[in-house]
Ligand binder design. Sequence first.
Ligand code: OAD
Length: 300
Amino acid sequence: MIRSHAIAGGITLSSRLHSVKMSPSTDFAEFKRLLEPRADGKPNKIIAVCGAGLSAASGIPTFRGAGGMWHKYDAMSLATPEAFERDPLLVWQFYHYRRETARAAQPNPAHKALALFSLSTTRKASAPNSEFAIITQNVDELSKRALATTLEQHPTKAKDIAPLLEMHGRIFDIQCSKCGHVETKVGRSQVSNIQSLPRCLKCSALARPGVVWFGEMPQHLDEIDQLVQGANLCLVVGTSSTVYPAASYASKVQRQGGKVAVFNLDRSSGDMSADFLFLGPCEETLPKALGLEREVVRVE
Ligand code: OAD
């Protein structure tokens, strides 16, 4: 179930801060040494846990902070099943706006770096003998589009492509509010009045955006739990780390002896517990940390 810990989470945050021994490193060269092959011959198992900041440079507003308002509404107050029940037209209008923004957006260098890092063929130069997976809270499909473009330039076998898990669903899907039937890649819908809202192709009931809302179960949780359990390096990219379960993955990796590197424009929850903290736009810091600065420029 998705939980936000905005204020109550301070308790969690402070308990994590007490266990801090040293400030996180900001040294890129030191970070890159984590990507080198391990002495025991086992692969480095790396996960990236991503949030709205990953897509900020593509022009998609984040949820908290300056980008978090739509008209007079707080974006999070519209991301609940209760809001949809109360006012489906308003919720659809909000998602229609985010959908059209996502449709017009292009992946930025941070998406491209993650896409290049997702192919074992292009990852091996900076992280030989490693496995990788992207766990994203974003619903905009920009990571998927970056991966598709990268694959056109670097065709490879399916087994050499890292998993990409969109745990909060996809904004271009629609899901029936009654029978749960999902349609993918739905075209533009009119959302000017209640009669024009999308309906289920199977049972004709009102359809809703195919995203996971607060109080609902995120997708792919079994697969994600396995990846988190096996990981020895967690990259936390552009997320405020206030929404669970995604916010718990970095500390889980750390508890099992792994390292955490945070890439965020600003301070974020629990970042002082990280081993590395790269403050700045992730579209700059992430390609640099992954040794892919030159390559992202070539992926168009
Ligand atoms: P938030 O809006 O909470 O946080 C976005 C984070 O991105 C903030 O910490 C910003 O500092 C950071 N940021 C902004 N621009 C950046 C940049 N260029 N480079 C690096 N960092 C940048 O978004 P999420 O953490 O993704 O869920 O929020 C998690 C979930 O809460 C969302 O999936 C959504 C939301 O309500 C649902 O709708 C269920």
